[in-house]
Design a protein around this ligand. Structure first.
Ligand code: SIN
Length: 304
């Protein structure tokens, strides 16, 4: 792949600006290896906590007209189980970002320490799951709690800490500001949008948990707006996430201010080829426009 696409992110070098988003195929070494082979510049694991967790009963994912609605309930085998998986991935040369969650700042810090000791190249704090009690967005919607979590993690690890924010707040720029003031090295915007769907014949909510998070093309304009807002508020890299299905979407996020992007739901619709097709498209765009490096387009929309 061309030097033009090489992306520097908090000291990590990505061959291109695309990353696997947390929650999609990010459990096992083999699924993540297949994403790396498919051309992702970095991978983010499924969110891992201190202890194994079963998650919610089914149905946990439903397809709606404009995307996917999910409420899995953070099922995961626990951070310790992940050590073998992580070891295998270390020799790929592709940055491995471990997504972590916790129910208190101390728990976040403990999981963070373990993830780093297992070889995480960076951490992404999931303070934005829209439907988990006492964690997720309950932290990410409260600026002082958010700052406490970020501060505690930063005290305990020496790797870059990305903070994944929820769009379900009045002012995402302010939340990004609180996270950065507490030490966040980058902001990922956004996690899913809190949503629900109801089956009309039975009158039952479709998800067992009733509420879930909407992902896919419907949320892309919300995510682009969030990236734009965060970029103009804080002085750390922004990672765009939400509804990306094409190279044009990636360019749009970068013009709004993203230094890199995450792709998730589109894998379910388009398969793993999306990473290569997107990077090919961006490369052609940059060449046609005369840009020598992808970072030249980051935030260009702010000129207007
Ligand atoms: C889930 O496991 O329910 C989704 C996690 C998230 O949205 O952060």
């Amino acid at each position: 792949m061309t030097r033009r696409l090489v992306t520097e992110l908090c000291g990590l070098e990505l061959a291109n600006p695309t990353m696997l988003a947390a929650g999609i195929l990010g459990y096992t070494e083999s699924s993540m290896k297949s994403i790396i082979e498919a051309g992702a510049g970095a991978v983010v694991t499924k969110s891992l906590g201190l202890e194994p967790r079963n998650g919610y009963p089914n149905p946990t994912v439903v397809q709606v007209d404009c995307g996917l609605l999910n409420a899995m309930g953070l099922p995961n085998p626990g951070i310790n189980y992940f050590s073998e998986e992580l070891k295998e991935l270390k020799n790929t040369g592709v940055p491995i970002i471990v997504s972590i969650y916790g129910f208190s700042s101390k728990e976040f810090a403990k999981v963070a320490e373990t993830a780093v000791s297992l070889g995480a190249d960076a951490l992404e704090l999931n303070v934005s799951c829209p439907h988990v009690e006492k964690g997720g967005a309950e932290i990410g919607c409260d600026a002082s709690l958010l700052a406490e979590v970020v501060g505690e993690v930063k005290k305990r690890v020496d790797r870059p800490v990305f903070v994944k924010l929820t769009p379900n707040v009045a002012d995402i720029g302010a939340m990004a500001g609180a996270a950065v003031e507490a030490g966040a090295d980058a902001i990922t915007a956004i996690n899913t949008v809190k949503a629900m769907a109801i089956e009309v014949e039975t009158a039952r909510p479709l998800l067992a948990n009733k509420f879930g998070g909407l992902s896919g093309p419907a949320i892309k304009p919300i995510a682009v707006r969030a990236v734009y807002d965060v970029y103009r508020t804080v002085d750390v890299p922004v990672i765009g996430c939400g509804g990306i299905t094409s190279w044009q979407d990636v360019v749009e996020f970068m013009l709004a201010g993203a230094s890199a992007v995450q792709i998730g739901t589109a894998i379910a619709y388009k398969g793993l080829d999306i990473f290569k097709s997107v990077t090919r498209g961006i490369n052609t765009y940059l060449k046609k426009k005369g840009y020598k490096n992808i970072k030249e387009i980051v935030g260009l929309a702010h000129k207007f």
